[in-house]
Design a binder for this molecule. Structure first.
Ligand SMILES: [Zn+2]
Length: 290
């Protein structure tokens, strides 16, 4: 993020902070404190691209988050949504894609602090090598995680989720077999390699235009407990517990602070993706086991 944008965001953040504090206090009092899911990609010492967070910034972000929020797993977040009550603002941390450098400092830091997180991995890059198309397009050859690294994460109790086979834009796919491959087979082959059954699925890119109603249905039928988007919405108790909305926080501290303290612009102007508009194969709340 360019410096001028950081300064502008900083002014906006401080200008709206009194309103945010009042709003957050009111939500806590009514048992409807926000449930936020953060999306990181790559934490490393270089500044290779917009989806890399410098290691020292990440460490500061985590200690800031520890001071201000409950840091919870996706499963706990879903419980709070279903329970229709959340007394404290809570944050769940996720990573997308599967970059090797995350295992240097970022993930060990979270594991040492016993902070839960979900790690979404694109299966083909980890299982067969190669680089991500979005990195190659920028001229970057950034190493993906190895199977060995992911097995170590599983041993440490980390939740590994599926993130398609080829990092395809699912919003542009209407071929049933290809969608099945990217949503269902991707999770199975990743799970087979790691000895797990991935419980969550993340849409690549995650904006409204990258989502796909049929893919939601396939994910539910395949037994995923939840799917995540990344267009920036907040979650609240009583929402649909299957589709969890995330916000991208790669980069500077001010972006993280702005989003997690309830950015009024984002809260009111980002509509929830309605995957049940045409087909209704899955009813919100039906994953609750009763
Ligand atoms: Zn991705």
């Amino acid at each position: 993020m360019p410096l001028w944008k950081q300064l502008l965001l900083n002014a906006y953040y401080h200008g709206t902070l009194p309103w945010r504090s009042l709003r957050n206090r009111a939500l806590v009092r009514s048992g409807n404190a926000p449930l936020m899911i953060l999306m990181y990609h790559r934490v490393a010492g270089d500044a290779a691209n917009a989806w890399t967070t410098p290691t020292e910034v990440f460490a500061r972000q985590i200690s800031w988050l520890e001071r201000h929020f409950e840091l919870i797993s996706l499963e706990e977040l879903q419980w709070r949504i279903r329970g229709q009550n959340n007394q404290r603002p809570a944050v769940s941390i996720t990573f997308d894609d599967g970059y090797a450098e995350n295992c240097d400092l970022a993930l060990p830091l979270l594991i040492d602090k016993e902070i839960p997180f979900t790690y979404f991995v694109t299966s083909s890059t980890t299982l067969h090598g190669g680089f991500f198309p979005h990195d190659l397009a920028m001229g970057n050859r950034l190493a993906p995680n190895t199977v060995h690294q992911l097995r170590e994460l599983v041993k440490a109790g980390v939740e590994i989720g599926a993130h398609t086979r080829t990092h395809a834009n699912l919003g542009a796919i209407d071929n049933e077999a290809t969608l099945y491959d990217e949503v269902v087979t991707a999770g199975r082959e990743l799970g087979d390699a790691l000895g797990i059954e991935p419980r969550y699925f993340a849409f690549p890119f995650g904006q409204h235009r990258n989502l796909n109603r049929r893919a939601f249905t396939l994910a539910a039928e395949a037994g995923y407990q939840g799917v995540v988007s990344a267009y920036g919405g907040y979650n609240f108790a009583g929402d649909d517990p299957f589709h969890l909305q995330r916000m991208g926080v790669d980069g500077p501290m001010i972006r993280l602070k702005n989003l997690t303290t309830l950015d009024p612009f984002k809260q009111w102007n980002i509509p929830r993706y309605d995957y049940q508009e045409i087909e209704q194969p899955f009813v919100a709340g039906s994953v609750v086991e009763e």
